[in-house]
Design a protein around this ligand. Structure first.
Ligand code: PHE
Length: 334
């Protein structure tokens, strides 16, 4: 009873005093809590009265706190109206796009300027679209080039190992002329390290029309590397892909000005950035396009690899960890 009286007569000079008062009674280690803890030791015939008193104390204090807070607030308002309206507001935390999305969008922009559209397809694929249609029949040794995650065998269902599968779908559904790029996530059963991951992203391109030649491919790649990296020296090294013939690996001349240039190009100045080639006639036939009438080229690149080059990122795993300290660095990238 005494305490209730005391609580009722409480007077405060400042907001801080009100807060201290609230904590003394209602805080985590406050008196009200102590009383409730005592409840089990109170004799049965006194429990009711004791409970009432504690509740009364609790209500008295919280009413008092509300009243005093209101009083202080209205005093403040009377003094300064709404406060100083010219003060800067609280900064708002802005989010940013993921570096993979930034680079992907950059690639899409570059190719849409020369008439390529964007096509997408499923991440879970069948054998036909990921392998067979691409001139990789069953038991073909080149299948081992791509360590595949199988979801089911016989008939095979798998996680696509490249977005060439999207190109197959696109050719099946559209008539030439075809100019499309297929960005997307791909999966390979590889050991995770600073340089490779079992999930990564690709952009693959496909151009099919009458009289498309290797010169068109080269010119398109040159245009892309100029736009993307500001570098205008490329070379094509003969290579092998089952779905293109001839096939090539594209290197760009990165230069040897800095120590980083030496490291990433292993002292040669050249950097491999993608694979490409003329679409194999078998692939065209598989997708319902007559190779006597049409020809085309295809290319494919890894987005992570390009993002790592552009932004000097040394570990591919950073892309998938969602560490805000990493992601925040791309706030003003584009
Ligand atoms: N699909 C190939 C890969 O994932 C890349 C590529 C695409 C090569 C098109 C040539 C032509 O490795």
């Amino acid at each position: 009873k005494e305490l209730i009286g005391e609580a009722e007569n409480f007077k405060a000079q400042t907001k801080e005093e009100v807060e201290a008062y609230r904590i003394k009674y209602l805080g985590k280690k406050g008196l009200v809590k102590d009383f409730f803890a005592e409840f089990k030791n109170v004799a049965d015939d006194q429990k009711k009265e004791f409970g009432n008193m504690v509740n009364q104390l609790k209500n008295t204090v919280s009413d008092k706190v509300t009243a005093l807070k209101e009083e202080f607030e209205s005093q403040e308002e009377a003094k300064g109206g709404y406060g100083d309206l010219s003060r800067p507001s609280e900064p708002i935390e802005l989010g940013s796009r993921h570096p993979i999305s930034l680079v992907k969008n950059q690639i899409i922009d570059i190719f849409s300027n020369i008439g390529f559209n964007v096509s997408e397809g499923p991440e879970i694929e069948d054998d036909w679209h990921n392998f067979s249609a691409l001139n990789l029949p069953e038991y073909h040794p080149a299948r081992d080039m791509q360590d595949t995650f199988f979801i089911q065998t016989n008939p095979d269902v798998l996680l696509r190992t490249h977005t060439s599968s999207v190109q197959v779908r696109y050719m099946e559904d559209n008539k030439p002329p075809i100019r499309t790029i297929s960005p997307g996530r791909v999966f390979r059963n590889e050991a995770i390290s600073s340089r490779s991951h079992c999930i990564f992203h690709q952009v693959e391109g496909l151009y099919i029309d009458k009289d498309v030649s290797f010169a068109d491919l080269k010119q398109t790649l040159l245009y892309f590397t100029k736009e993307m990296f500001g570098k205008s020296k490329i070379r094509l090294r003969p290579s092998y892909f089952p779905f293109t013939e001839p096939s090539a690996e594209v290197d760009i001349y990165w230069g040897l000005k800095t120590e980083t240039d030496y490291r990433i190009t292993k002292g040669t100045g050249w950097l491999e950035i993608m694979g490409c080639g003329m679409v194999d006639p078998n692939v065209l036939t598989n997708c319902g396009i007559d190779p006597k009438e049409y020809s085309g080229f295809a290319f494919g690149m890894g987005i992570e690899r390009i993002a790592m080059l552009l932004h000097q990122i040394s570990d591919i795993r950073l892309f998938y960890e969602n560490d805000a300290r990493f992601l925040e660095q791309f706030k003003s990238a584009f």
